[in-house]
Design a protein around this ligand. Structure first.
Ligand code: SF4
Length: 452
């Protein structure tokens, strides 16, 4: 009996790309191929690349080259590149990396298993041209995913693409315009995830607050969240990638009142100075952004706000940077990421005058993160002595502890809670008494006399 062809996936980039990897592996399984975790055990490795910024692009290329070396050692039969970098630089990848057997642009990847088979069956033809990996992602494409996340949570991608034209960003050029998936499709997907034991739904998009604008001309994110929250089995719903333009009162009401809404919002603002926001084409002023941030505090008491900032955008003056410094000190984000501007070819900002030297952009990013540390430490310390619900994600080999997250921690980007090894199984929602706090980690133990 022919052994199943073994495929391994290396998924790079953001949560939205991870969903693409899961969809691709869903097709692989559906076509009777086998998914293996370790690239050493695979016949073909698929690298799902990221093409967002320079460092991510370099990481994707380095990963492809390191996998290609396995091929030279003879075990591996094929290497396939998919994802954003493949979409953006398909031809360059093919010309530049001869070890690649196929390159797929962004799609539903339904065509990947057939090409894997051909590679393994010794088809010498090198899939020179960017192979159309299948149909553009349609509203039903994310069904039958092969989940790559622990059984505690899963990402739910609610739309594809983006209608904004931020001058530093290449995503719209790779993923196209905003296309919302129908509510019934997303409810069906969520029922499937709940049936698989998923407790937390992490809702992702390029701009989650634009959900429904393309199909109904109205913002429907709060309507969607209510429907998703009605699915039995799901206990937490977390919203990521809100755009700081319109955060409707209906959305803050959902975050404030719905028992399954995690009191958390990821809202990347990128900057706060109006001249910078204008040059970034964010479509909002500094006052508007600050207004939305303050409303979140007023309308959703106890909310944990995550955001990201860019330093060193072309033309950023000392005064612009002082506005960022003031915001970080006065607003007190519970979770914050700061990135030095990355000059991306093909984006309008690439050609802007007054490019800021990289070392200045990096120094400004480091300064803001240094200002954030005491703010983060104080927030973490506020958990000590409290008993809070913690979602257990699994066992961390390195820490030799079970790890979980509080309401204030999105997976993979925020902080975590260290628990005793026998605290509970992955996927359990546990009442935990917090006994200690560090900047990025809390210590806890199961609360006495509470649900296991
Ligand atoms: S909102 Fe702006 S930064 Fe985000 S994906 Fe769209 S264009 Fe890029």
């Amino acid at each position: 009996m022919n052994e199943a062809i073994r495929v391994s996936m290396i998924s790079l980039g953001c949560a939205r790309n991870l969903v693409d990897s899961e969809v691709l592996l869903g097709h692989v399984v559906e076509e009777g191929l086998q998914v293996v975790q370790d690239v050493e055990d695979a016949d073909v490795v698929v690298v799902n690349t990221c093409g967002f910024i320079e460092t991510a692009k370099q990481e994707s290329i380095d990963t492809i080259l390191s996998v290609a070396r396995l091929k030279d050692e003879g075990n591996l039969k094929g290497v396939i590149a998919v994802g954003c970098l493949a979409q953006r630089y398909g031809d360059e990848l093919k010309q530049g990396i001869k070890e690649l057997d196929a390159v797929f642009g962004l799609s539903d990847y339904s065509g990947v298993p057939a090409v894997v088979r051909r590679i393994v069956n010794g088809s010498t033809r090198r899939w020179a041209a960017t192979v159309d990996g299948g149909k553009p992602k349609g509203p039903r494409s994310d069904q039958k995913r092969f989940l790559l996340t622990p059984k505690s949570f899963a990402y739910l991608r609610i739309s594809e693409g983006c209608d904004h034209s931020c001058t530093f960003c290449a995503i719209p050029s790779m993923r196209g315009k905003n296309r919302s998936k129908p509510i019934d499709v997303l409810v069906e997907e969520t029922q499937g995830l709940a049936a698989a034991g998923i407790k937390e739904l992490v809702v992702v998009a390029e701009d989650s607050t634009a959900y429904g604008l393309d199909t109904t001309r109205k913002r429907q994110i709060h309507v969607l969240l209510e429907k998703l929250a009605a699915v039995d089995g799901i206990e937490w719903i977390r919203l990521m990638y809100a755009y700081p333009h319109t955060v409707a009162p209906e959305l803050t009401t959902f975050l404030r009142e719905h028992p399954k809404a995690v009191k958390y919002l990821d809202i990347p603002i990128q900057h706060i100075s109006s001249p910078m926001l204008k040059s970034m084409k964010r479509g909002v002023s500094g006052e508007q952004v600050r207004g939305i941030l303050d409303r979140l505090r007023d309308e959703v008491p106890g909310i944990a706000v995550r955001s990201t900032l860019i330093t060193g955008f072309p033309g950023e003056s000392e005064q612009d940077f002082a506005a960022l410094r003031e915001l970080v000190q006065s607003y007190g984000f519970e979770r914050l990421g700061v990135f030095p501007y990355s000059r991306e070819e093909g984006t309008p900002a690439f050609d802007l005058p007054d490019q800021v030297p990289t070392e200045v952009a990096e120094a400004r990013a480091a300064e803001l993160m240094a200002l954030q540390v005491p703010i983060l430490r104080e927030f973490q310390q506020s958990f000590v002595g409290q008993t809070v619900p913690v979602l257990v994600d699994g066992y961390d080999q390195e820490a030799k502890r079970m790890v979980g997250r509080t309401f204030a921690d999105a997976p993979e980007v925020d902080c975590r809670v260290l628990l005793p090894k026998a605290a509970a199984e992955a996927g359990a929602m546990l009442d935990v008494t917090i006994t200690g706090a560090d900047v990025y980690e809390l210590e806890g133990r199961p609360a006495r006399g509470k649900r296991p």
